[in-house]
Design a protein around this ligand. Structure first.
Ligand code: LMR
Length: 328
């Protein structure tokens, strides 16, 4: 009897210590290729987080929509099926936080500095706070870059968009942008874009060069216009309940790892996009056109009404505050 009790006690200790040593798993799902600013930063975060926590945290990366597509991943995060995501700022509308769509307004950020004034300042912090009521904690903003437009015909003037079916992300601002240009916007998950372009389900799209190249979109688009008409960036987000439930020392280590991964991400984003643009040129399948200053002024003028049209959705005050910050 005594032996039985001792054995039971030993078993209990063994299973407790196995439990105590089991790492905390962070499933980090995203939709882009590993070889993109977001993909590389996710890898850097994994390295930093696992090192800083001495292996008490294990970060499992699921790139390229292999686990979830755009819409599903947000649902999965809320349900706790994954713990971390970095969706583009254009994808928070369906979650009910439509203010993030302000980042999609055409030509609202003249430079990256203007953008950082917003993301790193009170406006950016305030927007992340809005996620809390959705069971989500916002940790950081990650960068990608300014978008190019593509199609199988040259896109030099706003009139060239007339009647084109253009793939967009699920943002009403992007919808308004394409309609203002006379195009027919169509929301598609990122993972479906290449095939939709290839089969003619849509005629064209927009994205920074890093996404275009790594998804091989340039192979099925004859023309790219460097218009820099809009910005694409991300919010790194976690399931709030999971995050709040972490031991405090682990959370602090992860916050530091995230800060360092974010610095890394911002340092590589522009270079990655420049390299991707060079690679698209080299592939020789796509004609690349850089808008002249005069042409860009024409695009800007054509797209300016989108700001007014979207005041009701995003908030006049927020748009004004961003414009003010961006002009500093
Ligand atoms: C897209 O869907 O076009 C992009 O937001 C994908 C991404 O995450 O960069």
């Amino acid at each position: 009897m005594k032996l039985k009790a001792t054995l039971a006690a030993l078993c209990a200790i063994a299973s407790f210590s196995a439990y105590a040593q089991a790492p905390i798993v962070i499933k980090f799902s995203h939709v882009v290729a590993t070889d993109t600013p977001k993909g590389q930063a996710a890898e850097r975060f994994k390295q930093l987080a696992e090192k800083a926590t001495n292996g008490r945290v294990k970060v499992e990366l699921y790139p390229n929509s292999q686990l979830y597509k755009d819409k599903e991943e947000l649902e999965a995060l809320q349900l706790g099926a994954v713990q971390m995501l970095a969706p583009s700022l254009a994808k928070f509308g369906p979650l009910g936080v439509k203010e993030f769509e302000a980042f999609d307004l055409p030509y609202i950020f003249p430079t990256k500095t203007a953008l950082y004034n917003v993301t790193e300042g009170p406006i950016g912090k305030g927007l992340l706070k809005k996620l809390e009521s959705k069971g989500i904690t916002g940790l950081a903003y990650w960068d990608n870059g300014f978008k190019v437009m593509s199609a199988n015909k040259p896109l030099r003037t706003p009139a060239d968009f007339k009647g084109l079916k253009m793939r967009i992300q699920s943002s009403k601002v992007l919808d308004a942008q394409m309609r203002t240009l006379g195009a027919n916007p169509q929301v598609l998950a990122f993972s479906e874009v290449y095939q939709a372009l290839q089969t003619g389900v849509v005629d064209g799209t927009e994205n920074p060069p890093s996404n275009m190249y790594t998804q091989k979109m340039h192979e099925v688009q004859k023309h790219v216009t460097v218009s820099n008409h809009g910005y694409l960036g991300y919010a790194v987000i976690v399931n709030k309940k999971f995050w709040d439930g972490l031991p405090a020392d682990i959370r602090t280590s992860l916050e530091t790892a995230m800060r360092d991964a974010t610095t890394f991400e911002k340092a590589i984003a522009q270079r990655d996009n420049d390299l991707a643009m060079d690679a698209i040129k080299k592939a020789g399948k796509t004609e690349i056109y850089n808008l002249s200053a005069k042409e860009q002024a024409e695009w800007r003028k054509a797209l300016l009404p989108v700001q007014k049209d979207m005041e009701g959705r995003i908030g006049k005050d927020l748009i004004q505050a961003i414009n003010k910050e961006a002009a500093k």
